[in-house]
Write a new protein. Sequence first.
Length: 404
Amino acid sequence: MHQPSKTIGILAVTQIVSWGSLFYAFSIVAPDIQQDLALGPEMVFGAFSWALLAAGLVATPVGIMLDRYGGRYVMAAGSLLSFLGLVWLSRCDGVVSYYLAWSLIGVAMALTLYEAAFATINHKLETGSRQAISTLTLFAGFASTLFWPLTAKLHTMLGWRDTYLWYGVAQLVVCMPLHLLLGTDRARSTGKRHAGTVRSHTLAEALRHPAFWLLAAAFSANQFIFSAMAAHLIPLLERLGQSTAVAVLLAALVGPMQVAGRVGEMTLARNTPPQTVGKLTFAMLPAALLVLVLFGSAGWAVAVFCVLYGLSNGILTIVRGSIPQAMFGRENYGAISGAMAGPSLLSKAAGPLVAATVLRQGGSPAVLLSALLAVSLASLAFYLRAVTAERDLQSAKPFDKSTV
């Protein structure tokens, strides 16, 4: 019998280290990488976007491997690949080796970050997987809080190359052994499902159903907005008339609001179906953007935006981890959630680049924010339609009995 506290404890540590070293550290060291390798900002940041694209491209096969072999060995392999990629990055000397290193890191992201951790939880825990996911995201939400100052300190002391080298060593000596301690997954149930439980769909069945594609579109549009705003929030607030100090102070609300949203989901909405929680979560983002479009020059409006934006982003992570099981069952969770995550990772990579292009071509903040508002409304519409289409899922006849 698997102990939830052990699984959550292991994954909490490895998620913090992995998000911190593979994702958050880059924004701190990117300027020095640009100067050291004599590359333009488009090339430096383009490699990071390529890593996210690579993660999206391999998300489905990684999910299938998680279903078949479990998180223990798949996530341990991801830690080993993270070590190799980060060490390679620390020693790269040109654009080709730089992009190859980020290619390895992109695959490692798919093997080690949230989607892999969520699949591991869903396969290990017979009950309480949603609460476990909520608890995990609450701990992992501190990755940026810990690793931004840590990276800044190490970067000042050691430089970007040795910072990444030591982060690679941490993947090898901390994350890989911890992932191996996860143990084997529970045996798959071969009996009939109990009344009230969701029938497990194969990947092929999920791909044949409109609800899957509507959910994928909803999450993808949402991730596009969040990634664009994460990269450009402070400059946007400055162009709306806020001083740099005020913009930074108000933007700092986002992190605590993410944590607050996850705490609220764990306490106030723990017995509410994730489909219902998702409706509120997806509705928060267009509400936040509408306030910013109409009243962006006012400090109170920016504060309201940051609160709603942070709450939505924090809860969305839990919804993304729990709704594939709620709608499609648990047995092929890894494959289905991986396939659903692929488009979101592509959008996450595209968001900052598209937003930068709009602003660089002379687009005003109002133009960009209005476009993002339209995307957020489309995202909400996709999600509501997906939840409506869900009622057909459990009445549908199985496609076949093979594992896809």
